[in-house]
Design a protein around this ligand. Structure first.
Ligand SMILES: [Zn+2]
Length: 430
């Protein structure tokens, strides 16, 4: 089943398809959550076993262990179009089978990627091998969860979601995906306080083998210092997906909340919160602890007005934006390739990399937000207003939002305690 197929299903169900934001974060393959390799299974006619592509191994190594060498290897490779021996990741699991007593495997299966399974079957006599590629029939469920922040987003999701619901790496992917949805609205490294809540409605995919992974985020509510901030997935005017708040305004704004991607900084700290070196009040900027080389993003469209060495700032970039706003990024280890004064920069573009140049005791990013030349602590209102849903899509959005809200908060009120529930109803896809 394709994404397009599911999307049209949702449209038919009255809930609109979401965008694929957050999707890229969890398509890494091979998956480490694959079921453990099968033990040798002896049936009457066949031996079946599994083998894993090791580090610095090639496909030919796996095939050699299965007895597929020489002319047999040539015949095997001739028959496959989907297997690319130069683009194989260590950790790939091969399912193998041979006739009892034979030395050469006559069947091989492997998951090419999350969506496809390949099977190679040896034909009789000198006919060589035949290749079959099948799509994996992932089923989709819509599930909601509520997490209460104690220390940070990860720990909250980790405590609220058991392994049987989403494995650990997928919980991390969920935290990153939520941070991506709220990229313009919430800085998850510093805006949340203990007691703040995160409600999220997601798609969870499940394979016939029982693997579970995160699909799309459909809706979310994050309480930031007690104020709810909603996100509803909705296809925008150009058909490209996006997230809109409860008033129908895009969550995309002129300014990102933070110059570092949450997934980039948090991954460097093993999923833990990192210390904030200094608070804004003490030195007119915001410091983000992050590893050397972490990509730094421009928080808004603008023009580079400075890119070079500048005293205590070390390697500094300054960008001029609309409405008399400038942003500064200090202590960089290096600049993006070719970056120069006068260059036009787009929001989210990588402009440099975290370092410790200038007056700095360790790798971190010093970020300043200046309004008419005065360093300012950026507020949410400074991010600009989100584009509203176009009026001709308004009633469609209102319907989609109402349904998503009912699934996100089934009782009409948020759950009082961390809750984990499956959402029943017409939108179920399995
Ligand atoms: Zn600083």
């Amino acid at each position: 089943m394709s994404w397009r197929g599911r999307a049209s299903h949702y449209v038919a169900a009255g809930a609109l398809a979401a965008c694929l934001l957050g999707w890229a974060a969890h398509t890494a393959w091979p998956s480490r959550e694959l079921p453990v390799a099968l033990p040798l299974v002896v049936t009457s006619a066949y031996d079946e076993w599994a083998d894993t592509l090791g580090r610095r191994e090639m496909l030919s190594d796996v095939l050699a262990r299965a007895g597929i060498t020489g002319r047999e290897y040539v015949a095997f490779m001739k028959a496959t179009r989907a297997l690319n021996p130069r683009r194989m990741q260590p950790g790939l699991i091969f399912e193998l089978r041979r006739l009892k007593g034979a030395t050469v495997a006559n069947r091989l299966g492997v998951r090419l990627d999350p969506e496809r399974h390949l099977r190679m079957q040896r034909l009789g006599g000198d006919s060589g091998w035949a290749e079959t590629v099948e799509e994996i029939p992932w089923t989709t469920e819509r599930l909601r969860t509520t997490a209460v922040i104690q220390s940070n987003l990860y720990d909250a999701l980790d405590a609220a979601i058991p392994d049987s619901f989403l494995p650990i790496r997928q919980r991390v992917a969920l935290a990153w995906a939520i941070a991506d949805v709220y990229d313009w609205e919430v800085d998850f490294t510093r805006d949340l306080r203990p007691g703040d809540r995160v409600d999220v409605l997601i798609e969870r995919l499940q394979s016939p083998e029982g693997e579970k992974r995160l699909g799309r985020i459909l809706a979310a509510r994050v309480d930031v210092a007690g104020t709810p901030s909603f996100a509803f997935a909705f296809d925008g005017p150009n058909g490209q997906g996006g997230f809109y708040d409860d008033k129908g305004r895009s969550l995309r704004r002129a300014f990102l909340r933070a110059p570092l991607r949450f997934s980039h900084i948090s991954s460097r700290f093993g999923g833990r919160f990192h210390p904030i070196l200094k608070r804004w009040r003490t030195h007119e900027g915001t410091d983000y602890a992050a590893g050397y080389g972490t990509p730094v993003r421009a928080t808004a469209d603008g023009i580079v007005t400075e890119a070079g060495r500048n005293g205590g700032y070390g390697n500094l970039i300054e960008i001029r934006h609309a409405n008399g706003i400038r942003t500064r990024y200090g202590h960089l280890s290096k600049f993006a390739k070719g970056l120069h004064v006068g260059q036009r920069i787009r929001q989210e573009e990588t402009i440099g990399y975290v370092g410790s140049t200038g007056l700095s005791t360790g790798p971190h990013l010093h970020y300043e937000f200046l309004v008419n030349g005065r360093p300012t602590n950026p507020q949410r209102k400074d991010a600009g207003a989100g584009e509203p849903v176009p009026s001709k899509l308004r009633s469609l959005f209102d319907t989609a939002r109402a349904q998503l809200l009912a699934e996100l908060e089934p009782s009409g009120l948020p759950a009082l305690a961390p809750a984990l529930g499956s959402v029943a109803g017409p939108a179920r896809d399995d």
